[in-house]
Write a protein that binds this ligand. Structure first.
Ligand code: SAH
Length: 223
């Protein structure tokens, strides 16, 4: 099911994701409809598959972007503060920004400067994207995402778009109480999505979801 949602246009892709119950809520649908994947994926933008964006990175598959938004949705209310680690193409950063609206903030972090620049340029292709950058609603920052980005903490929601080798304590430390983290974790040859809920009393509840294949969260390449 997950791979059968490709369409000929952005609208068709999103309609298929909804039909296949990968998009479950009108809020996620609306936020994804507003971002044209062709501005972010250099090839086959409406295919439900990951695509290379250079620097050994990929724009994740649309069904993964939908799943991440659905999982974090309770914490993506208007005005929320969000951290998107491994922002790559900037696509999901833009969708998250639509979800939290103009009173919210989304910070995209990537450790490769050309990808930080690419994400910004991609977002500048649309009027909505330019507005979100110029107002400061969205910022892209070059940093090692394994440490989160404490200058902007605490966050209502943190999304990690590359597979972590371990549960990075810095990330849950940077969540609000309550708040939620969505992170792929490598376990041997496998990777699984974990959703970590930080409760009002600061305690953590970790839930393991399904198996995935992400590029790893790594040391920065030599520049
Ligand atoms: N959500 C992005 C996924 C891009 S692929 C998208 O759909 O476009 C994963 C990204 O994680 C790559 O851009 C890679 O450069 C970045 N990355 C890997 N290790 C990182 C680290 N330690 N800190 C920050 N970004 C990292």
């Amino acid at each position: 099911m997950a791979w059968r949602s490709s369409g000929a246009t952005n609208a068709a892709l999103i309609a298929n994701l909804e039909q296949n119950e990968l998009i479950k809520t009108p809020r996620v649908k609306e936020a994804m409809v507003k971002v044209d994947r062709a501005h972010y994926a250099p090839s086959m933008p409406y295919d439900d598959s990951p695509q290379p964006i250079g620097h050994q990175a990929t724009i994740s598959a649309p069904h993964m972007h939908a799943s991440a938004c659905e999982s974090l949705l309770d914490y993506l209310q208007p005005g929320a503060k969000v951290l998107d680690i491994g922002s790559g193409s900037g696509y999901l950063t833009a969708v998250l920004a639509n979800l939290v609206g103009p009173s919210g903030t989304v910070i995209g972090v990537d450790h490769i400067q050309p990808l930080v620049t690419l994400a910004e340029n991609n977002m500048r292709k649309s009027e909505n994207g330019r507005k979100m950058l110029d107002s400061g609603q969205v910022r892209f920052i070059k940093a090692d995402g394994r440490k989160g980005w404490k200058e902007g903490a605490p966050y209502d929601a943190i999304h990690v778009g590359a597979a972590a080798a371990e549960q990075h304590k810095e990330l849950s430390d940077q969540l609000k109480s309550p708040g939620r983290l969505f992170v792929p974790i490598a376990e041997g040859w496998m990777q699984h999505i974990y959703v970590v809920n930080k409760n009002e009393d600061g305690s953590l509840k970790k839930e393991r979801l399904y198996g995935v294949q992400y590029v790893p969260l790594t040391d920065a390449p030599n520049e």
